[in-house]
Design a protein around this ligand. Structure first.
Ligand code: FAD
Ligand code: SF4
Length: 540
């Protein structure tokens, strides 16, 4: 076996690639992980809102193009752990109904080629792996689960508890958002997570967020059969002369071009970069891009319709960790609107510095500083529908072009209306219904930047399905046209649903991992023995 030959190459270390690497590590197979970024440097600036939110210090330094050919600066992160280093760690299962066809106001959300029940065991595994804290039975749309969350929900702080009680009194069913932070509220002195106000959007300085680096990659590379190469940008995949097999993975590393090969190549660069990599890998057998006879690769880009709504009250909101409350009562519709609207929850507590980077309309008699002190900062998500014209292509100088026209917007406007109504019904002990001063949208468009969430929740660009004419991947996330090529990031989604995507990407990576283990002939007994031996060795 040559030095650069492996059993499996995984490209990308985020929710998909990181989770798969962790799952395959005890197989004993030679695994190479290629990551274009480095580790997030551990420094005080990790938790500095000016550095993170205003200076965008940790964002990718490249620019893409929008449909008019103008530069856009994507809010995406190239590091070991991918975007999970900066995510809010709200780890939701899709609803059972999201796997079937759903009629929306703006059109049809298509069915997935597998059912919720197929993914359920992997959701449970992913929740255990990422230490999700939640309470089953509170969320009215929650799908059936075979076991409880591994940890109790992160508790509400008093202002959020008061809001939860207000919502419940008005007939809603607020619930605790499931989150992946290593918080032990019963033993605070031992808790790795210190419950701080710089979680959502920030990397965790103390390694207490369940991200793909801390939970998966750090563990995977303890196995001697796993190699991680950072600062390794995969620029192209080359096939053999039949076009049926990826034979070379071309990498730019430390200013050199290197070539690697493997029996199985797994692309997990995030939905936009994975599509771009396949498109850039066109050859005479794949003239439209690798695995793209169907012309599906890059199309159906989705990223959710999101907005941040600040509800300003006379009462201050001193909450530190705000992302604990969710409302899904309007997820599938309501009496006055029969179509799905989406999901309401929170972003991390906004501060005046962060607000400057996307200032809302100022509430009468308030400054930005005061608004930040008195705001409840809601995060609203509605499903965007797969439109073939919303797509990733490669433009001038090989740059990524992202074309996106929002759709299904009525659903989102209705959802905002529902939140307005719900807030009007809140009733504080000191100011009564006068406490609520109104809702203000935080502007997510900063300069030439597309909305933050436009790429944060990217998915759908290499969809999976049964029919090679309408999908690029089969049900195992293997390319229909290439026998050793898989994709395990958010690209495979046929529809985006309206809850955060990461847990579904992680669960699917575990599912594909099981398939790969069978394909590679790994015996369950050998795997389990390796896993236990390894655990014993690292615990010594
Ligand atoms: C601020 C923020 C908050 C978020 N909050 C939440 C949340 O609360 N809950 C939730 O579910 N989701 C959240 N998300 C989204 C979540 O982080 C993503 O859905 C998830 O990380 C996507 O996983 P992925 O594997 O598809 O891609 P990524 O995690 O983006 O991983 C892709 C990896 O591939 C690497 N890569 C890219 N191109 C190449 C290449 N050519 N060669 C080598 N390596 C390459 C990248 O550096 C990266 O490490 C948030 C995202 C952001 C940015
Ligand atoms: S809240 Fe916990 S997990 Fe999040 S950044 Fe702070 S210490 Fe880390």
């Amino acid at each position: 076996m040559t030095k650069n030959r492996y059993d499996v190459i995984i490209i990308g270390t985020g929710a998909g690639g990181g989770t798969l690497a962790y799952h395959l590590a005890p197989s004993g197979k030679r695994i190479l992980i290629l990551e274009r970024g480095d580790y997030v440097p551990r420094e005080k600036a990790n938790w500095d809102p000016q550095v993170v939110n205003v200076d965008a210090h940790y964002n990718a330094k490249e620019s893409w193009l929008d449909k008019d050919g103008k530069d856009l600066h994507p809010h995406t992160n190239y590091y070991v752990g991918g975007n999970t280093k900066f995510y809010g760690a709200a780890l939701f299962r899709l609803r059972k109904e999201d796997f079937g066809e759903l009629r929306h106001h703006g059109g049809i959300s298509p069915a997935w080629p597998l059912s919720y029940d197929d993914l359920e065991p992997y959701y449970t595994q992913a929740e255990n792996l990422y230490q999700v804290h939640g309470n089953r039975g509170e969320d009215p749309t929650e799908p059936p689960a075979k076991s409880p969350y591994p940890w109790p929900a992160v508790s509400h702080e008093p202002r959020i508890q008061q809001l939860s009680d207000d919502f419940a009194r008005s007939g809603l069913k607020p619930f605790h958002v499931p989150v992946g932070v290593m918080l032990d509220e019963k033993n605070p002195h031992k808790s790795r997570c210190i419950r701080c106000n710089t979680c959502d959007g920030f990397a965790c300085l103390v390694g207490a967020k369940s991200d793909a680096q801390v939970v998966c990659i750090d563990e995977a590379i303890k196995h001697s059969n796993v190699t991680l190469l950072t600062n390794s940008l995969v620029t192209r995949l080359e096939t053999d002369s039949s076009g049926r097999e990826v034979k070379s993975v071309i990498v730019e590393r430390n200013g050199n071009v290197e070539t690697y090969s493997a029996d199985v190549v797994v692309v997990s660069c995030g939905a936009i970069n994975s599509a771009a990599l396949l498109l850039r890998s066109a050859n005479d057998k794949h003239p439209r891009g690798l695995a793209n006879r169907s012309d599906i690769v890059g199309r159906h880009y989705m990223g959710h319709t999101n907005s941040v709504m600040m509800a300003i009250s006379k009462c201050p909101n001193p909450t530190i960790f705000q992302k604990t409350l969710g409302v899904n009562d309007f997820y599938f519709g309501s009496k006055d609107f029969e179509y799905p609207m989406g999901h309401i929850s929170f972003v991390g507590k906004l501060d005046a510095i962060t607000l400057k980077a996307g200032a809302p309309a100022i509430a009468p008699n308030f400054t930005l500083e005061l608004m930040a002190k008195h705001s409840l900062d809601f995060w609203l998500t509605s499903e965007d529908l797969p439109d073939p014209n919303n797509r990733v292509t490669i433009g001038r100088d090989g740059k990524i072009v992202l074309e996106y026209t929002p759709n299904n917007l009525e659903a989102h406007e209705r959802l905002q209306g529902k939140l307005k109504q719900a807030m009007k019904q809140t009733n504080c002990a000191m100011h009564g219904q006068e406490c609520h001063q109104g809702l203000f949208g935080r502007n997510l468009y900063v300069g030439q930047r597309i909305p933050l969430a436009g790429v944060a929740h990217q998915n759908g660009t290499i969809r999976f399905g049964h029919d090679p004419k309408t999908s690029a991947l089969d049900v195992n996330c293997k390319a229909h046209e290439v026998d050793n090529l898989y994709v395990v990031d958010g690209s495979f989604f046929p529809s985006s649903a309206a809850v955060n995507p990461a847990l579904t990407i992680m669960a699917n990576a575990l599912r594909v991992g099981d398939h790969l283990m069978k394909r590679l002939g790994v015996s369950e007994t050998a795997y389990e023995r390796n896993r236990q031996d390894h655990e014993l060795a690292v615990s010594r």
